[in-house]
Ligand binder design. Structure first.
Ligand SMILES: NCCCC(=O)O
Length: 769
């Protein structure tokens, strides 16, 4: 038996068989549809039953054209249905078809296209290439149409050319899925030579191996998978063992050696047909030996044979054998090429149209996350997340600042009765610190949606809402305390003639509380009329379109209030104005602070710091959305910096002063004496602090006056010395020229003496008038 797929040769052999030798009762073959097709057009004229064991062309389904043809191998129509089952399983809705211009292939492509359309699949391209041609153009069309699921209809010889071209066009796994014929001979991909050349490209065996990796194929079930007692008395497995032993000893030259079982069942079909026909024919006084191609009885023989085959049912090596209009009904295997061998992953039963999948065979798609390849070009969206390393580094800094702040607050609280801490509004200062701790905690939640919490987790929306409250509460506490502190300090210092004003603590708390409540009302309003939503912001500006049509875009997940711009503008705008006002009052207070103490100045700096940090952080949170890591680092930086500076400027100078005082390197002792403490107990701590400042200033002024007196005394002494010298000179002069001494001692001069002495001096020319 030849396997050359040469229709002419097939017809010649048929003619030879019919015209020479003994009369034949049936024709067995061919394996090749193109030959079978030609023969099957002729055999009815000789009333010959023809049985093909491998021809699968859907053309051969036609009973009108091929009325005496039977097949033990399933038709490509059934095989196409099995392929569509594969598409259904993996939700592939777009396919491309490439076929060789052989009738069996192009007809299959046509049938496939019709079946696919009926199943609502979209056919992106149907291309064909000549059996001796380069498939490059056909493949280029498929690539251009962005198809990913390719159904190939070609012989094994052309398959090597197709896959070599596919390798160079990158039409290979894991992105592309190939479904090809399942009836190729075993080891069809192994090259005879080192390379295969197709047009201007060539492929090595390794490249071919890579290109064909993971292809799917469909085929008739060769060896029934159950231990069936077949008509021959052998189980399919026993038969297969014997067959393999035989094949090992006598390999066939053009063997489609895996298909011996179909030939075996074909021979059994004919044998059973002939065997069962004997009794039928006998009833009509006919014998098998009496068959002639063309006689009056020939049609009786033919009808008898066909009738038997049409109702034939037996257990064959390939499973239960029966025919429907000459076609074999049975099981179609769905195979995947894994590690250089075909592995059955499912079976389609074309009698019942049911598919059973072998779930133990997990498919390694070789894709990212082993996802099933898509049927068209993909839009790959990459979520930009904050780097874990960056997050850890920032959180370490948050932790350090958090711990530092807690330590400062603890020391501050512990020494709350020691000056100068005792003269501060400790509760406001500590609440300010508490506010900064809440703001620091907010940093930990800052990139919740950027890789910290699974976006599908329902808790994300809750955490985002919690985050917004955390910042609002922390910020408003800090802001309220800073404003209350600066305002009360300003008021206490701005009294006329430095007279102390009594600023009750309750007023300061009231201010801080009012700001806090105002912010809580605003945030509650926001939570009532708006809601947190998680959405993906696609950064189209950074998309990349690959040569195969795949699109890569970056996306940032954002979790915030839908009208966040309005809310941010309102909340931070109003608070910003309050903070600015606080900073201005603190600055004014430090200008009129007669003590030259730095505490008020630090308060002003804290308020300004907070204004700058908040403005920058809020602006960045809105503007730098496309770079979550940069956004996270910058916002965190400003929150950490402002929290640290607020706490350091609030607590450190006073703690430092207290330590200095405790070591005895103190400045003037605290002027609030025991004698005044009774009176002072009636003023609040702020007033005490300012009293202390005024007393200090008095001391400074007193010291300055003493110095001035000293200077003046020195100057008087100097003048006295000059006057004494002049007096002595005048007396000497008077003695010498006038002969009379004058009394120049002012204390001894009487009114009469004075005029006398003055006239003497005038005469002497010592004074002008
Ligand atoms: N079915 C295997 C041989 C190909 C053909 O039908 O021609």
């Amino acid at each position: 038996m030849s396997f050359q797929c040469d229709a002419g040769l097939g017809l010649k052999l048929l003619y030879d068989q019919v015209t020479t030798g003994t009369t034949k009762l049936a024709v067995f073959g061919s394996s090749c549809s193109v030959v079978t097709q030609q023969m099957a057009r002729i055999t009815p004229y000789y009333n010959l039953i023809q049985l093909s064991y491998l021809s699968s062309s859907p053309t051969l389904n036609s009973r009108d054209d091929y009325s005496t043809l039977y097949r033990t191998y399933p038709s490509e129509t059934s095989i196409s249905l099995a392929r569509l089952e594969l598409c259904r399983r993996y939700n592939w809705k777009k396919i491309a078809i490439i076929s060789e211009s052989l009738h069996v292939c192009s007809k299959t492509a046509q049938i496939m296209s019709q079946l696919a359309k009926a199943k609502k699949l979209e056919i992106l391209a149907i291309t064909e290439f000549g059996d001796r041609e380069d498939p490059l153009q056909a493949l280029k069309i498929i690539k251009k149409m962005k198809a990913r699921i390719i159904m190939g209809g070609f012989t094994s010889t052309s398959a090597l050319k197709v896959f070599c071209r596919a390798y160079h066009l990158n039409l290979t796994t894991p992105k592309y899925v190939w479904m090809i014929k399942g009836w190729f001979n075993s080891n069809w991909w192994k090259l005879d030579q080192e390379n295969i050349t197709v047009g201007n490209v060539s492929c090595t065996q390794a490249q071919i191996n890579q290109a064909i990796d993971g292809y799917f194929s469909n085929d008739g079930l060769q060896i029934y998978d159950q231990p069936l007692d077949t008509v021959s008395g052998l189980t399919p497995q026993e038969w297969n063992k014997l067959y393999n032993q035989e094949m090992a000893q006598k390999p066939l030259k053009h063997a489609i050696d895996d298909y011996g079982s179909f030939a075996y069942d074909g021979i059994w079909s004919l044998a059973l047909m002939l065997d069962r026909s004997i009794s039928y024919l006998k009833r009509q006084n006919l014998t098998l030996e009496g068959f002639r191609y063309k006689s009056n009885q020939s049609i009786v023989y033919r009808n008898t044979f066909q009738n038997i085959l049409d109702h034939l049912k037996f257990k064959g090596i390939t499973g239960p054998v029966s025919f429907h209009d000459g076609d074999r009904l049975g099981k179609i295997t769905i195979k995947r090429f894994i590690n250089q061998r075909n592995v059955i992953i499912g079976q389609f039963d074309d009698k019942t149209s049911n598919t059973t999948w072998n779930n133990s065979t997990d498919i390694d798609w070789k894709t990212q996350g082993n996802s099933v390849p898509t049927d068209w070009r993909t839009i790959t969206i990459t979520n930009l997340n904050v780097s874990e390393m960056v997050y850890m580094i920032v959180m370490i800094h948050v932790g350090l600042v958090f711990a530092t702040s807690c330590i400062l607050m603890a020391i501050y609280f512990y020494y709350r009765k020691e000056p100068p801490i005792a003269t501060s509004n400790i509760i406001l200062d500590l609440f300010m610190g508490f506010g900064t701790l809440l703001c620091l905690s907010y940093v930990g939640f800052l990139c919740l949606e950027n890789g910290i919490v699974d976006p599908n987790n329902k808790i994300l929306a809750f955490l985002c809402t919690f985050r917004s409250w955390l910042l609002a509460v922390g910020f408003s506490i800090t802001l309220g305390c800073i404003f209350a502190n600066s305002w009360s300090t300003y008021r206490s210092l701005s009294g006329r003639s430095y007279r102390l004003r009594k600023i009750k603590k309750s007023h300061s708390y009231g201010i801080a509380m009012s700001i806090f409540i105002f912010n809580i009302i605003l945030c509650s309003l926001r939570a009532t009329v708006d809601q947190v939503e998680i959405f993906n912001d696609t950064i189209w500006s950074q998309r990349q379109i690959q040569s195969d049509g795949d699109i890569f875009v970056l996306q940032v997940r954002i979790c915030r209030f839908s009208k966040y711009i309005v809310w941010d503008a309102v909340i931070f705008g109003i608070n910003g104005i309050i903070l600015l006002f606080g900073a201005i009052t603190a600055w004014q207070a430090q200008r009129i602070d007669i003590t030259n103490s730095n505490y008020v100045r630090y308060l002003a700096i804290t308020a300004y710091n907070l204004i700058i940090s908040t403005s920058v952080a809020v602006t960045m949170s809105i503007v730098i959305v496309e770079r979550p890591t940069v956004r996270f680092v910058l916002i965190s930086f400003f929150i950490i910096l402002s929290s640290l500076s607020t706490n350091c400027l609030t607590y450190l100078p006073k703690i430092h002063q207290m330590v200095k005082d405790r070591k005895g390197i103190r400045r003037k002792s605290f002027l609030i004496t025991t004698g005044r403490s009774k009176t002072l107990s009636m003023v609040d701590e702020h007033a005490e602090f300012n009293l202390y400042n005024v007393e200090t200033r008095k001391q400074q002024l007193l010291s300055k006056l003493e110095n001035e007196i000293k200077d003046l005394t020195t100057k008087i002494t100097e003048k006295d010395a000059v006057i004494e010298r002049i007096s002595k000179y005048i007396n000497d002069f008077m003695k010498k020229y006038v002969g009379e001494e004058i009394n120049l001692d002012p204390s001894s001069i009487t009114e009469g003496d004075e005029s006398k002495d003055i006239s003497l001096l005038r005469e002497a020319g010592l004074i002008a008038l």
